[in-house]
Design a protein around this ligand. Structure first.
Ligand SMILES: Cc1ncc(COP(=O)(O)O)c(C=O)c1O
Length: 387
């Protein structure tokens, strides 16, 4: 059938040469996915079971990222979400119902805590917070209807390493599920499923992305039924992921091992050096004995990443702590750690009875890929200025 040039704009016969082979995964864009015939049309989310049906459920770029995260975590299957926080909310939405009880450690990433306190309670979920140093004793705060126990190890900012296997044992005895935010370990340094965890999530935004230029999350399960509950909920919530972001994450993943190694070495050197500084009371780095739960890090982890916290001695006022952060030259001030740039952020837990008594004296550092000697010089000059 002859075509008008306007039709050719949409239905072209022109073709690029075939046979191009590249080392990178193509960025497949698409909302509409074509079906071979009228009878094959269906709107099913699980593209592993039925083939591709709709862009919302992932183009091959997104599903390749999912498969590769799953491979690294040794899971059954992975879902990719638009960010770490959306992974957290999808897990809660998919696995909880009104009347269920959920347990969340005080040390968990703030927005995870706020989601539970501000939204889940509105939907009739009973929410309790627990001390992250509880292991098997978590039994004492569980209720008959406890459905889900969140863990994050080490915790955000205060860095408590949790006794995850003991929590798993107590949870499974009562039929509860354990979910782990495994972002700090990049899904690598802590083998979540090997330690009995049921569901993991990561902010891919952090180490897998690795360059502070994307937002993505992942949810991985080791159980088919859990994966199906989560996937079905994702279809209804509609949390689609851009293939461009997934492509950046796939590129970031290729250098994850070398970045993690360099960051680990620098972070450890700086943490040990800071522990000797007269201004510093405490270094909260999981690989140092001064960190709560260090013994669990030693037992359960195969390495450490680049985020840790320092606590100033009591004589340092809030203004002094802020002046230290401002005096840093190479360390930038900003959220979302795990990129190549070192960052520093001061926190203030004054008046919060559920956080350790670090008050305004705690600063979280993210170590990047700068030369470690330069980072040490930068910290040194900023500390010297406080005298
Ligand atoms: C431990 C942890 N989990 C989850 C998130 C949320 O990730 P995102 O920023 O991709 O939503 C963050 C972000 O800072 C985090 O630090």
């Amino acid at each position: 059938m002859p075509k008008n040039w306007k039709t050719k704009l949409i239905h072209s016969d022109a073709k690029a040469p075939e046979g191009f082979r590249s080392l990178s995964t193509p960025v497949y864009r698409g909302s509409t996915v074509l079906f071979p015939d009228a009878a094959s049309v269906e709107d099913t989310w699980n593209q592993h079971e039925v083939g591709y049906t709709y862009g919302l459920y992932g183009t091959p770029t997104v599903l390749e990222l999912a498969a590769r995260v799953c491979e690294l975590e040794n899971g059954y299957r992975t879902l990719i979400t638009p960010g770490g926080q959306s992974a957290i909310s999808l897990i809660n939405l998919a696995l909880l119902k009104a009347g269920d009880h959920i347990l969340i450690p005080h040390s968990i990433y703030g927005p995870n805590r706020h989601l539970a306190a501000r939204l889940l309670r509105k939907f009739g979920v009973e929410v309790s917070f627990y001390n992250p140093t509880l292991g098997g004793e978590i039994q004492s705060v569980m209720a008959g209807k406890t459905r889900l126990i969140w863990t994050e190890s080490p915790g955000s900012v205060t860095m408590e390493v949790q006794n995850v296997p003991a929590i798993v044992e107590a949870a499974h005895r009562s039929g509860a599920l354990v979910v782990l935010d495994n972002t700090w370990a990049a899904g690598i340094y802590f083998d979540a499923f090997g330690h009995g965890v049921d569901v993991t999530m990561q902010a891919i935004t952090k180490y897998i992305g690795g360059h502070s230029d994307l937002l993505l999350g992942s949810i991985t399960t080791r159980d088919k039924n859990l994966f199906e509950s989560l996937g079905a909920a994702q279809q209804l919530v509609g949390t689609a992921v851009s293939p461009d972001e997934a492509s950046l994450a796939l590129r970031g993943m290729k250098t994850l091992a070398v970045r993690l190694k360099a960051i680990e070495t620098s972070a450890l050197q700086l943490a040990r050096w800071l522990a000797e500084r007269p201004e510093i009371q405490l270094v909260l780095h999981p690989a140092l004995p001064s960190c709560p739960g260090h013994e669990f890090w030693k037992r359960d982890f195969t390495g450490s990443s680049g985020v840790f916290a320092i606590v100033f001695k009591p004589e340092f006022s809030k203004d002094k702590v802020l002046a230290f952060v401002d005096a840093l030259d190479l360390f930038e001030i900003g959220y979302s750690w795990a990129g190549v740039t070192s960052l520093a952020v001061a926190y203030d837990f004054r008046g919060n009875k559920n956080r350790p008594d670090y008050g305004h004296r705690i600063v979280r550092l993210n170590i990047g890929l700068e030369e470690v000697g330069d980072l040490q010089d930068d910290l040194s000059q900023a500390l010297d200025r406080l005298q």
